[in-house]
Write a protein that binds this ligand. Structure first.
Ligand SMILES: Cc1cc2nc3c(=O)[nH]c(=O)nc-3n(C[C@H](O)[C@H](O)[C@H](O)COP(=O)(O)OP(=O)(O)OC[C@H]3O[C@@H](n4cnc5c(N)ncnc54)[C@H](O)[C@@H]3O)c2cc1C
Length: 475
């Protein structure tokens, strides 16, 4: 496609891939997708497909590394996908829906549970369950492991012995607390990312152009109306004119793109020397994620394999994750470590910030402010105790107890950095349109109105499906 696009989508990750594929079903709409990372058609590198490992280790060519502060005294770094398919191309392939009650803070005019459920159903072909809850002809295959590892079996037996309920389908809207098999976006051992599921089948459309290894630095405006984007690729800097822009650069990068385009908290924009177009104090603020504490244990034969996570327990706002093997087995380049149960807090009180750098192409930093509240500390401590007693039932020896902070990590489930709503700190409205400007929308996990009490990947696709549907009525 050489004509001027109607719409530019920035970021071909989980949400951007779905959104670009869906809106380009309209042959009259010219869509250009710009993605920083590399892209593939049929020839995906094996490490991006192998669902038993995550290609995010030191030196990975498929990720951005972001410096973070989990607590003021606990610096760390996290990975985000920088490749077509985005973080979903490098993730754990755990494809679980949020709970109906998670959507209570979302604008109900467009995100009521029936609307949300219909969009979830469009994303998937569920191989195990049908009926009104599930999709049977969506692009993403969803399957639960039928050949559990010994760790999974032992964990599930321990859950039964400790009185927890078995939940056959974690994606059912009636699923409550209990343990169950993880739904995964895996087919024949391959991690199916959103680009593979949605974009590859659409790539020959004459109205869809996919430009990879192309980064956007800012969005251009005439007054407050979008007129194009400025970026750079292998040929150097470029300007691409268009009528509308949809920002899908993910919860970490989307705030920086907004701010470098003059949209964000006025004081921060001025400190960065950026001319203020719209003062939106919520950009990059109030970020949510799931803090996670590892409970390691010794295992005589640490060679379990399988998908990284096959079963989980939900209990009292916690998710307990018995990983199939130690992280060094799942992620190349990590030091040898014991296997662990991850204890994640699924509705934490902590709120973080994205700290945007002066250079629009440099990664931001994240200040999480984990464990500031006694409620979060107490809930995680209770989860660690629960994991230790399950390990005891499994016949394993947990490592000696340690301070929460020493084993603190994060689930890499960032959301809410350009939140949807109608209050003063909301950044987009109920149709994902950025407030105060014309022609700019955000469609990625930045817009989540609340942190879901489950992993966000399935919900990233759902949001893009629903936003594409709303787009037909002008986004
Ligand atoms: C290692 C890892 C494991 C995870 N495991 C799970 C899991 O098992 N289950 C689960 O539910 N969730 C998981 N998550 C979270 C989940 O994958 C993400 O929440 C989801 O993929 C986010 O989708 P997104 O579209 O918002 O952003 P992304 O998928 O991150 O997409 C953003 C895209 O924008 C591109 N981009 C960024 N800046 C620019 C720019 N300036 N110009 C052009 N392109 C740009 C990026 O390269 C990227 O491709 C995991 C995340 C990670 C990182």
């Amino acid at each position: 496609m050489t004509r001027r696009p109607d719409v530019v989508v920035i970021g071909g990750g989980s949400a951007g891939s779905v959104f670009a594929a869906r809106i380009s079903e309209n042959p009259d709409l010219r869509v250009t997708l710009l993605e920083s990372g590399r892209g593939f058609d049929a020839d995906w590198p094996p490490e991006l497909l192998d669902a038993s490992t995550l290609p995010i280790g030191p030196g990975s060519e498929w990720t951005d590394v972001i410096d973070v502060e989990l607590t003021p005294n606990r610096p760390s770094s996290i990975a985000r996908g920088r490749v077509l398919g985005g973080s979903g191309a490098v993730n754990g392939a755990y494809f679980v829906r949020a709970r109906p009650e998670d959507f209570a803070p979302w604008p109900q005019s467009q995100w009521s549970w029936p609307q949300v459920l219909a969009a979830y159903r469009r994303t998937e072909t569920d191989m195990d369950f049908g009926g009104a809850d599930h999709g049977s002809d969506g692009p993403m295959p969803v399957i639960r492991s039928a050949s559990p590892t010994p760790i999974t079996e032992s964990f599930e037996t321990a859950c039964v012995r400790n009185g927890f309920t078995h939940v056959p389908d974690l994606n059912s809207h009636t699923a409550g607390d209990g343990f169950g098999r993880v739904p995964s976006n895996v087919s024949e051992g391959k991690r199916i990312n959103a680009a593979l599921a949605y974009l590859v089948p659409a790539r020959n459309r004459t109205n869809l152009e996919i430009r990879t290894e192309t980064s956007v630095g800012r969005i251009l405006f005439d007054g407050t109306t979008v007129v194009g984007v400025e970026g750079r690729d292998a040929n150097g800097p470029f300007v691409l004119e268009c009528d509308r822009v949809v920002l899908a650069a993910g919860a970490v990068r989307t705030p920086g793109l907004l701010m470098h385009s003059g949209i964000g908290p006025e004081s921060e924009l001025r400190a960065l020397g950026i001319e203020v177009l719209v003062d939106l104090p919520g950009v990059g603020r109030g970020v949510r994620d799931h803090p996670e504490v590892a409970v390691p244990y010794s295992l005589p034969h640490n060679s379990i394999g399988g998908t990284p996570l096959q079963s989980v327990l939900h209990h009292d706002g916690l998710e307990l994750r018995p990983f199939s093997s130690s992280f060094d087995r799942m992620i190349a380049g990590l030091p040898v470590s014991d296997p662990s149960i991850g204890v994640a807090l699924m509705n934490p009180t902590s709120r973080g910030d994205i700290v945007v750098p002066r250079d629009p192409y440099e990664p931001p930093r994240i200040r999480y402010r984990y464990l500031e509240s006694a409620d979060d500390r107490d809930a995680l401590a209770a989860g660690v105790e629960l994991a230790r007693s399950l390990l005891a039932t499994m016949g394993f020896e947990p490592d000696a107890p340690a301070a929460l902070t020493s084993r603190l990590g994060t689930s890499l489930h960032l959301c809410g950095s350009a939140r949807m709503g109608d209050d003063d700190s909301a950044v987009v409205d109920e149709r994902c349109r950025v407030r105060g400007v014309d022609g700019l929308s955000v469609v990625d996990t930045s817009v989540f109105a609340s942190v879901p009490s489950r992993g966000p990947h399935a919900s990233a696709l759902m949001v893009a499906e629903r936003a594409a549907e709303l787009y037909r009525h002008r986004l």
